[in-house]
Ligand binder design. Structure first.
Ligand code: ADP
Length: 668
C-alpha cells in the first residue's frame, strides 16, 4: 500500500531549513551554515543569489500610430513626453504608498516626463498596487499612471513639502468601463489546441467576460477542430471577400459558442485549402496561411462594423493584426481599436520572404523592408511577422515577467532583443493563469478520489490508483513525474538523467509525453524498453489528457527542468494538486516556484525546489533535496504541498492585469 509521509518531522530541521534570512533581506542568499544543514543528504548546487531585480521601466503611453524609432536601443520618444533627463520625480514629490518600496527604489530614470511622474504620484489609475511588478514587467499600474499626461490634474501644483507618509492613502476607486475585446488567435482550447496559447485564449476570455466585458474570439475554421465542443454553429457572415494578391478570396464566417465563449470561425474557399489539412501547423506555407487568416479576421471586423476597444492577438500567427490595422483599416474608418499582442514563445517568429508583401497588399517594399518595421534583424532578405507585431502593437506582453526580462535583456529573444529594447516602454510580462474549472482536485472527474488542502489523504488514494494503472510497485517510495512535450526546450537530457537518478535515490518515475519529431519519440521508446522491467518506472509516450489528471493527482513531485520556459502550465497545475514542483529557475518557472531551502520570500510561499544550472549536478541538487525531504522530513514536505495548494494561480490576477493594459491603451 502506498504510504503517505509519516509524522517524523524534526521541528529543528524545519527551523533551519526554512528560516528566513536573519538579516531580513529578502534577496540575500541564506547563510552558509544554514545551507549545509539543509543539504544533509545532497550537496545543493550553489545557487547564485537571486539576480538583482531588473528595473521596472517607466512608460510613456503608446500612441495610436506606431512610432518608428531606429533600432538603436534608444526608446522612441512618444509625442508629448519630455526629456529623459527630467524623468526622475523630485524628492519633494509624494511617493504613492501602495507600491512596494523595492519597486519604487527600482524606478529608473527613463523617458517619462516629470509631469507624468507627478501624475503617477497624484493619480493612480487603479486603487490596488499592481499584482506583479517584476523584471521587465511594465505592470499595468506602473504603466497606467503616467498614461494621463493630458489630464488637467497633472499640471496642478502638488502639496509642496508634505512629508512622506507611511500611512496608506485613502483608496482611489477607479471604475473601469466595460470593454469590447476581440481576440484573434490561431488556437483555442479545447476546439483547436496545440500548446499553452490555446489554454490562455480559453481561460482569459472567460475571465474577461465574467468581469463584465464583451469578448469575441476569431479563429480559423479548421477541418480537424473538436466540433463536438462547439454549440450552435451557424453561418454568421456569408460573403466575406478578403483581399489576397491581386484578387480576393471568398470566405464564410461561422458563429458558435465554445463553453459560453462567443467564437467566429473563418472558412476560406480557395484552392489553397488553408485550413482543411488535417492538422493545425506543420506546412510549408504556414506563414501565408496565417497572414491570410489575420487579414480575413480584420476584414471581417471592418465589414461587420465591429469596433472593439481592444484587439488582442497572439504570437507570430496573428502578429500582422496591428500592421493591417494601421496600414489599411485605420484610414478606412476603423479608428477606435487598439492592439495588444501577446508572445507565448519567441522561438517561432514567422520569418518569410518578400512574397508576403505581394500577397497581403503591403506593397511599399521600401517601407516594410525597413529595420524599423518588418525586416528581420538577422536575415536581411527576410521579413519577420512577430517583429512587425512588436513594432505596430500598442502594447506587447509575454507570459511571465521573468521571460519578459530574459527575452529583452538576457539573450532569450531569438534575435528580437534590439526590437524589444526599442519598444521597451510598451513591453511587459503577465504570468498566465490556469483554468480552475478544469484543474481542481476537489471536483476533478478524471481522478478516483477528490481531495483538497484539508483532505490531503485523498491524494494517496490517487497515488495507489496511478500505480495500479501503470503497474508500478506499491511501496513507500515517492513518485517523481514529468508531463510535457518531448521538445528540446523542455530539457530532455535532464529528464533522462532524472529518471536514473530518481530510481537510484529510491523514488519511482512516471513520464507522460510525446514529440512531433520521430527521432525523439524513438529515443524515449528505446528508454522505455530499457526500463521495461523496472517496477518503479513507467514511460507513457503519447498525449493523454485524462491520464495527465491522474498523474498530477497521484505523483509526489513534478519535474520541469526546461532550458527555457516562457510560463509553463505544468508546475502551476502541479501546485494546485499538491504535487511539489522541482524546476529550473527560468521564465515563468522562476516566477511561480519558490525554493524551500533558499527562501527569498515569506515561508508560507515556499512551494518547491529550484535549481539554476542546466546540468546533472544542478538537477540533482534540487531533486535530491526533494527526495530527501520526502523521506526524512515528511511534515515539512506536507507543508510545501499545502503551500502550493493554497496559492492562487487562477486567471483572477492575470485577468486584472490584462484589463489594466487594455484600459491603458484604449482610446479615451
Ligand atoms: P507548452 O505550452 O510549452 O507545451 P506548458 O507547460 O505551457 O507547455 O503547457 C503544457 C500543457 O499540456 C500542460 O497542461 C500539460 O499537462 C499538457 N500536456 C503536455 N504534454 C501532454 C501529454 N503528453 N499528455 C497530456 N497532457 C499533456
Amino acid at each position: 500500500m502506498a504510504k503517505e509521509p509519516t509524522n517524523k518531522s524534526s521541528a529543528t530541521n524545519r527551523k533551519t531549513a526554512v528560516q528566513p534570512d536573519p538579516k531580513g533581506s529578502p534577496n540575500s542568499p541564506p547563510a552558509q551554515g544554514e545551507k549545509e544543514k539543509t543539504a544533509a543528504t545532497t550537496a545543493p548546487e550553489r545557487r547564485s543569489p537571486p539576480s538583482k531585480k531588473p528595473e521596472v521601466e517607466p512608460a510613456a503611453k503608446p500612441k495610436a500610430e506606431p512610432v518608428s524609432a531606429p533600432e538603436t536601443g534608444q526608446p522612441s520618444q512618444p509625442p508629448g513626453s519630455k526629456s529623459v533627463a527630467s524623468a526622475a520625480p523630485s524628492k519633494s514629490e509624494k511617493v504613492p504608498a501602495p507600491a512596494s518600496p523595492k519597486v519604487l527604489a527600482a524606478k529608473p530614470v527613463g523617458p517619462v516626463s516629470s509631469a507624468a511622474a507627478r501624475a503617477e504620484t497624484v493619480q493612480p489609475a487603479v486603487a490596488e498596487p499592481p499584482a506583479q511588478l517584476e523584471p521587465a514587467d511594465l505592470a499595468p499600474t506602473s504603466v497606467a499612471a503616467p498614461a494621463q499626461p493630458q489630464s488637467t490634474h497633472v499640471e496642478e501644483p502638488l502639496p509642496a513639502e508634505e512629508p512622506m507618509s507611511a500611512e496608506e492613502p485613502a483608496p482611489h476607486h477607479y471604475h473601469r468601463p466595460n470593454l469590447f475585446i476581440v481576440q484573434i488567435a490561431p488556437e483555442m482550447a479545447p476546439v483547436a489546441k496545440v500548446g499553452g496559447l490555446a489554454d490562455v485564449v480559453f481561460g482569459l476570455s472567460r475571465e474577461l467576460a465574467i468581469r463584465g466585458n464583451h469578448v469575441e474570439i476569431v479563429l480559423p475554421k479548421y477541418d480537424n477542430m473538436r466540433y463536438d465542443h462547439i454549440y450552435n454553429l451557424q453561418v454568421d457572415y456569408q460573403d466575406l471577400w478578403v483581399p489576397w494578391y491581386e484578387g480576393a478570396i471568398h470566405c464564410t464566417v461561422y458563429f458558435g459558442f465554445v463553453y459560453d465563449r462567443r467564437c467566429f470561425f473563418i472558412e476560406p474557399h480557395s484552392n489553397d485549402n488553408f485550413f482543411n489539412r488535417g492538422s493545425i501547423y506543420g506546412f510549408q506555407d504556414d506563414v501565408m496561411r496565417y497572414a491570410f487568416f489575420t487579414r480575413a479576421a480584420m476584414e471581417f471586423l471592418w465589414k461587420a462594423n465591429k469596433h472593439p476597444d481592444v484587439i488582442h492577438c497572439h504570437d507570430w500567427q496573428t502578429a500582422l493584426a496591428p500592421v493591417y490595422l494601421y496600414e489599411f483599416y485605420q484610414r478606412m474608418g476603423m479608428t477606435h481599436p487598439r492592439v495588444c499582442l501577446t508572445i507565448h514563445n519567441y522561438q517561432h517568429q514567422g520569418v518569410t520572404g518578400a512574397e508576403l508583401l505581394r500577397a497581403t497588399g503591403l506593397h511599399d517594399t521600401g517601407r516594410f523592408f525597413d529595420y524599423n518595421r518588418l525586416r528581420d534583424n538577422h536575415h536581411p532578405n527576410a521579413l519577420n511577422l512577430l517583429k512587425g507585431g512588436i513594432v505596430y502593437a500598442n502594447f506587447v506582453t509575454t507570459v511571465s515577467p521573468r521571460y519578459a526580462f530574459e527575452t529583452k535583456d538576457q539573450g532569450q529573444g531569438f534575435g528580437l532583443e534590439p526590437t524589444l529594447h526599442t519598444h521597451h516602454v510598451k513591453y511587459g510580462g503577465v504570468t498566465n493563469g490556469i483554468d480552475y474549472d478544469v484543474w481542481n482536485p476537489e471536483v476533478d472527474r478524471h481522478i478516483p478520489m477528490r481531495y483538497g488542502v484539508d483532505s490531503l489523504e485523498g491524494k494517496y488514494d490517487n497515488k495507489r490508483a496511478l500505480r495500479h494503472r501503470l503497474m508500478l510497485a506499491d511501496n513507500e517510495k515517492p513518485i517523481v513525474a514529468f508531463i510535457g512535450r518531448l521538445d528540446p526546450q523542455k530539457g530532455l537530457e535532464l529528464v533522462r538523467h532524472a529518471i536514473f537518478y530518481a530510481l537510484e535515490r529510491g523514488a519511482q518515475f512516471v513520464l507522460l509525453g510525446s514529440s512531433p519529431y520521430q527521432g525523439i519519440n524513438n529515443d524515449f521508446w528505446g528508454l522505455k524498453h530499457m526500463l521495461n522491467d523496472s517496477p518503479d518506472c513507467h514511460l507513457e509516450i503519447g498525449f493523454n489528457e485524462e491520464l495527465s489528471h491522474l498523474i498530477y493527482a497521484g505523483a509526489d513531485m513534478m519535474l520541469v527542468p526546461s532550458r527555457f520556459e516562457p510560463c509553463g502550465l505544468t508546475q502551476m497545475v502541479a501546485l494546485r494538486y499538491g504535487t511539489v514542483p522541482v524546476v529550473r529557475s527560468v521564465g515563468g518557472l522562476a516566477d511561480t516556484v519558490f525554493d524551500k531551502d533558499y527562501p527569498d520570500r515569506p515561508l508560507h510561499e515556499s512551494n518547491g525546489y529550484v535549481f539554476d544550472h542546466y546540468d546533472p549536478p544542478g538537477l540533482e541538487s534540487a531533486l535530491g533535496r526533494a527526495i530527501a525531504c520526502y523521506f526524512e522530513y515528511p511534515n515539512d514536505f506536507r507543508e510545501l504541498m499545502k503551500n502550493g495548494m493554497r496559492s492562487d494561480y487562477s486567471w483572477n490576477r492575470p485577468g486584472e492585469d490584462y484589463l489594466n493594459i487594455y484600459d491603458y491603451i484604449r482610446e479615451k
